[in-house]
Design a protein around this ligand. Structure first.
Ligand code: XIL
Length: 343
C-alpha cells in the first residue's frame, strides 16, 4: 500500500468515531414536538460544518446580532438590513423559519435616537419598528419586540433611553407598531434569569398583564434560559409554570447551560448537572400546554460558537454550554436532549 493510500486510510479511521457519532444522532428537530431553533450569524453560512449541523438539527434561526438596532440603525436613521436579509434568505433556502430578534433593547439605542426628543422621538420609534417588521411581513412570524425590560433585581423597569423618553408606554407602543406593520406576527417580550430570580419573573409578568390590560398586542413571553449547572432543581419548572399561567405563548429562547457554575450541584462531575438541567427543561416544557409552546432555541450550535466563548463574555477556560463540541460532534447533552424529548 503506497504512502498516500496509507494516510487516507488512517485519516478515515480517525474520522470514523466522529462520523459514527454524527450518524447515531437523529435530527434533533425531528425528535422535538415543538420548533427547535438556534441563533445564527451571516459569517456562519460560510462554515460547512455549521451549515450541516444547523440545517440538520434545527428548524428556526434567531439572528444573534445582525437584526439588532446596533447593526441595523445608521446614524442618519436609515436601516441597514442586508445581513438580516441574508439570514432570512438562508433560512428560506433551507426550509427554516426566522424568529425576529430584537427590536427594542435597553443595551442598544443608537446615535440617531439620542438626537431626538418628544413627538419626533415617538414618531421615529414607531417608524423604526414599522420599517424592520414591515420588511419581513408574512416571512418572520414571531418577534422579540422588547428585550430585557426588567432590572436584574426585579425591582422595576430598566432606566434606559426608551423609558426616559416614553416611560413604560414604550413597551405597548412598540407592540402596537409591530402589530400595525404585521398583524399576523406573534409579538413577545423576552428576558433572562426568569428561573434564577422569581422577583424578576413576577415583575415581568406584572408588566405583561398591564400591557395586555391596556389592549396592546402581546402574544408571548421569551424566557432566555441562560443557565448553569447550578440552577436550583425545580427553578426552571416553576418559571415555566408561572409564565404559562398568563395563557400566552412561551419561547424558551436562548438556552445554554454553562459549565462555569459557582456552586455545582455535582462537584464530582459537573457535566452531570447539565444533563439534569436539560431533563428538567424539557420535562417542564412538555407540561406547558401544546398551544402555548412556541419552541426552544439554543443560543448556538457548537461550544466555540457560544457567546460565552467569545467577546466580553469570554473566560480563560472555554465553556461547554451547547449541544455539539468544538469538532461538531454531538455531546452527551445532545443525546440527553433526544432522550428527554422522546420521554
Ligand atoms: C448576545 C450575542 O450572543 C453576542 O454575540 C452579542 O455580542 C451580544 O448579544 N440576551 C439576548 C441576546 O437577548 O441578544 C444576547 O446575545 C445575549 C443575552
Amino acid at each position: 500500500m503506497n504512502r498516500r493510500a496509507l494516510l487516507t486510510a488512517a485519516a478515515g479511521f480517525c474520522a470514523a468515531p466522529a462520523l459514527a457519532q454524527q450518524s447515531s444522532l437523529p435530527p434533533l428537530k425531528s425528535a422535538a414536538p415543538w420548533p427547535l431553533g438556534t441563533c445564527a450569524r451571516v459569517l456562519q453560512f460560510d462554515d460547512p460544518q455549521w451549515v450541516a449541523l444547523a440545517t440538520t438539527h434545527f428548524s428556526r434561526l434567531t439572528p444573534e446580532w445582525e437584526m439588532k438596532m446596533e447593526y441595523v440603525l445608521l446614524p442618519d436613521g436609515s436601516l441597514r438590513l442586508d445581513r438580516a436579509d441574508q439570514i432570512v434568505n438562508f433560512a428560506r433556502a433551507h426550509g427554516m423559519a426566522v424568529h425576529g430578534h430584537t427590536l427594542v433593547w435597553y443595551a442598544e439605542d443608537g446615535v440617531y435616537f439620542r438626537k431626538l426628543t418628544g413627538d419626533a422621538f415617538r414618531k421615529a420609534y414607531a417608524a423604526y419598528i414599522h420599517g424592520v417588521v414591515g420588511r419581513y411581513r408574512g416571512t418572520i412570524k414571531t418577534w422579540d419586540v422588547v428585550n430585557e425590560p426588567i432590572l436584574d433585581d426585579g425591582s422595576a423597569l430598566r432606566d434606559c433611553l426608551w423609558t426616559q423618553q416614553l416611560g413604560e408606554d414604550h413597551v405597548a407602543l412598540a407592540l402596537t407598531a409591530a402589530h400595525e406593520a404585521d398583524p399576523d406576527a406573534l409579538l413577545l417580550i423576552n428576558d433572562y434569569n426568569l428561573e434564577y430570580t422569581p422577583k424578576k419573573r413576577a415583575t415581568l409578568l406584572k408588566l405583561a398583564e398591564r400591557v395586555l390590560k391596556a389592549g396592546a398586542p402581546l402574544h408571548g413571553i421569551g424566557t432566555q434560559t441562560h443557565v448553569a449547572g447550578d440552577v436550583p432543581p425545580g427553578a426552571i419548572r416553576s418559571a415555566l409554570r408561572d409564565i404559562a399561567s398568563l395563557g400566552l405563548k412561551i419561547h424558551v429562547s436562548e438556552v445554554d447551560i454553562s459549565r462555569h457554575e459557582q456552586r455545582p450541584v455535582n462537584a464530582v462531575e459537573p457535566r452531570l448537572d447539565q444533563l439534569r438541567v436539560i431533563d428538567e427543561l424539557v420535562a417542564a416544557y412538555h407540561e406547558v400546554p401544546a398551544a402555548q409552546r412556541l419552541g426552544t432555541t439554543f443560543w448556538g450550535v457548537r461550544d466555540p460558537d457560544s457567546w460565552l466563548n467569545n467577546g466580553h463574555e469570554k473566560r480563560l477556560i472555554p465553556d461547554e454550554p451547547l449541544l455539539f463540541d468544538r469538532l461538531g460532534r454531538p455531546k452527551p447533552l445532545a443525546r440527553e436532549l433526544v432522550k428527554a424529548l422522546k420521554a
